[in-house]
Design a protein around this ligand. Structure first.
Ligand code: AMP
Ligand code: MN
Ligand code: MN
Length: 333
């Protein structure tokens, strides 16, 4: 059984027991672990007789609205000012909370961070960070067990969803026996693995394929780093949005590459050009250091960042950094 950060887990349990009104937040551009852990935390708090507001800056993505409790999630305008305690899930740094967290209103409440990113910046009053857990949803299995909350029903389904999406259905290199143990507990409590896989990983819209058709002719491979860039015109041609790309598991399955990357041209709130970068590494290689150095974060095998600039200017130096990191890691093996 995994060695948990007991002191920090106990501090989370104390904060849950001691408070009544909670604001729970997960990260911008939420994935299955963000939504699953947010809804799971909501279930845990509700079962303990607590009040919880569940907030996501970007709302619940369409493919996750099937999850029990998804209708409870509010965006910034549904977030109040006064809470006893704020719990942040699956976010490695404060900027990942987006506009649902307001320092002026919420800065006085104790902040509890529950996360599994190795790049976590420990920005809470309590920080329970378990980089050996494959998903925050795995951590919530242990939290529910410690709190004596039943996993049966909605909670099991929410938590298995995050485990399935963060491990690409138990295929990533961080899928340990403990991960499978947590998943087994959730299935024993009624979660349906095949239904969750069908609704998350095996549920891409046709426009994703059209977008792949637009961008894959531009795929480049050099020094065992593979990368793809996505311009706004290509999104428009496929009638797709950046969220439809979902190309990382395709790229990371290419035999000739150890590291892969996607770069999407976007603009920030001030309409300045930014590039959203998503990195993947094969076992034995690490992209979290590069992402962290560029102001982002993530895990050794999957990380990302957003940098200022255009594809033309921003991508070549980042590719060079990835190639350099890969070469160092290959010789260090
Ligand atoms: P993605 O490539 O978007 O699937 O993200 C892979 C991993 O990197 C996830 O664990 C994300 O939480 C993390 N990540 C992606 N973008 C950022 C960012 N801008 N800042 C911090 N972490 C990020
Ligand atoms: Mn996440
Ligand atoms: Mn996660």
């Amino acid at each position: 059984m995994i060695d948990l950060q007991e002191v920090h887990l106990s501090a989370v349990i104390d904060a849950v027991r001691a408070n009544q009104r909670f604001l729970c937040i997960s990260h911008v551009a939420p994935d299955g672990d963000a939504v699953g852990s947010l809804l799971g935390m909501g279930e845990i708090l509700t079962m303990l007789g607590k009040e919880a507001t569940l907030a996501l800056a970007d709302g619940v993505p369409d493919n996750l609205t099937f999850l029990p409790g998804a209708e409870r999630v509010v965006s910034a305008d549904g977030v109040g000012d006064v809470y006893d305690c704020i719990i942040v899930l699956d976010a490695s740094s404060p900027d990942r909370m987006g506009n649902v967290y307001r320092e002026d209103a919420h800065g006085k409440s104790p902040l509890v961070v529950i996360d599994h990113h190795v790049t976590n910046t420990y920005f809470g009053d309590v920080d329970w960070v378990e980089p050996r857990c494959a998903a925050v949803c795995q951590m919530l299995v242990y939290l529910a067990q410690r709190l004596g909350v039943s996993l049966r029903g909605n909670l099991a389904e929410d938590l298995l969803t995050g485990l399935v999406t963060d491990t690409l259905c138990f295929r990533t290199s961080n899928t340990t026996a403990d991960v499978l143990g947590a998943a087994t507990v959730l299935m024993e409590n009624g979660a349906q693995l095949s239904a969750i896989t069908a609704r998350t990983l095996n549920n891409k819209p046709f426009r994703s394929l059209k977008l792949w058709g637009e961008v894959l002719p531009g795929a480049r491979l050099a020094e065992r780093v593979l990368w793809v860039t996505v311009a706004p015109e290509q999104l428009a041609a496929a009638q797709a949005t950046a969220g439809d790309l979902e190309l990382s598991s395709v790229l990371s399955a290419v035999a000739e590459a150890d590291i892969s990357a996607t770069f999407i041209q976007k603009t920030d709130e001030r309409k300045a050009p930014v590039v959203e970068c998503s990195f993947r590494a094969k076992p034995g290689f690490n992209v979290s250091d590069t992402a962290f150095a560029l102001g982002g974060g993530g895990h050794p095998a999957a990380a990302g960042c957003t940098v200022p600039g255009t594809l033309e200017k921003a991508v070549p130096p980042i590719v060079a950094q990835l190639q350099q990191a890969r070469a160092q890691q290959a010789t260090g093996q």
